[in-house]
Design a protein around this ligand. Structure first.
Ligand SMILES: C[S@@+](CC[C@H](N)C(=O)[O-])C[C@H]1O[C@@H](n2cnc3c(N)ncnc32)[C@H](O)[C@@H]1O
Length: 240
């Protein structure tokens, strides 16, 4: 029997895409059927928005199917790994960054936290990451905890590296995302590195980090890659 390979999951709400697509089709069909000149113009506009929406969906599915691992490798290559780091992956999902980081470690430990919201990833839950870790042969180097990044139980200055991909924009409200960034800054050791990749709000994240004693920059997604819409905050905590 063929051995199972790890599955790093499909990001997003499984119901949202088909429902939105169906809504476009139904609204457009009604507008066309009403035989009014003005509504016909509106119908073409809805059709055009539907095509743009569908292109984004297809691009997203390309990222999920073919771009994720490459994006993970690009994020992990921003850290000069020694092998003894304490690593935190925020919103680990099925362990994409957690397991990638664990593979770089000899003595350190990678901790993945998540609240496993069903609408953020298809079939979200801790079992997915534990199974992937087993399949990748690094179960002994990881720990998985159900924790909310807005307020964690970790002591201050605990992690050498904090990673996150496509998580923080899911937190509703500016205050919530700000609390998450402050928590990331708090648990990071002096000279520790934060690599936070997301589709939105990355400028806000960098602004909060800088107020919390980190220096950093934003690395824009490569337009030709399948993750072109993901920008990355790379920041280092001031200290020795
Ligand atoms: C789109 S998934 C991305 C998962 C993974 N990082 C990846 O790139 O494959 C976002 C994850 O962030 C988690 N999440 C959302 N809000 C969170 C919070 N406040 N604290 C911790 N995790 C959260 C969701 O449950 C979900 O698993």
């Amino acid at each position: 029997m063929k051995p199972r390979s790890p599955d790093y999951g499909t990001d997003g709400d499984p119901k949202a895409m088909p429902i939105s697509f169906l809504a476009f089709v139904v609204v457009d069909a009604i507008l066309f059927l009403l035989h009014s000149e003005i509504l016909r113009v509106l119908a073409y506009l809805v059709l055009a928005s539907g095509i743009v929406f569908l292109s984004f969906v297809l691009w997203h599915l390309l990222y999920v199917r073919f771009g994720k691992l490459r994006h993970r490798d690009a994020l992990l290559s921003l850290v000069e790994w020694k092998g003894n780091e304490n690593v935190l992956d925020v919103g680990t999902g099925r362990g994409l960054l957690l397991i990638g980081a664990a593979k770089k470690l000899r003595e350190g430990k990678a901790v993945g936290i998540d609240i496993w919201r069903k609408q953020d990833m298809v079939g979200n839950g801790p079992d997915g990451v534990l199974l992937n870790a087993k399949l990748e042969g690094i179960s002994d180097r990881i720990e998985v905890r159900e924790e909310d990044i807005r307020k964690t139980s970790f002591p201050a200055e605990y992690f050498d590296v904090v990673l996150s991909n496509l998580c923080l924009h899911n937190i509703s409200g500016k205050e919530g995302r700000e609390a998450a960034c402050r928590e990331i800054a708090r648990v990071l050791k002096p000279a520790g590195i934060a690599v936070i990749s997301d589709g939105f709000h990355t400028r806000d994240y960098l602004g909060i980090f800088m107020k919390q004693g980190l220096d950093g920059k934003i690395i824009k997604g490569n337009f030709l890659s399948k993750s072109f819409w993901l920008h990355t905050v790379y920041a280092v905590k001031r200290g020795p």
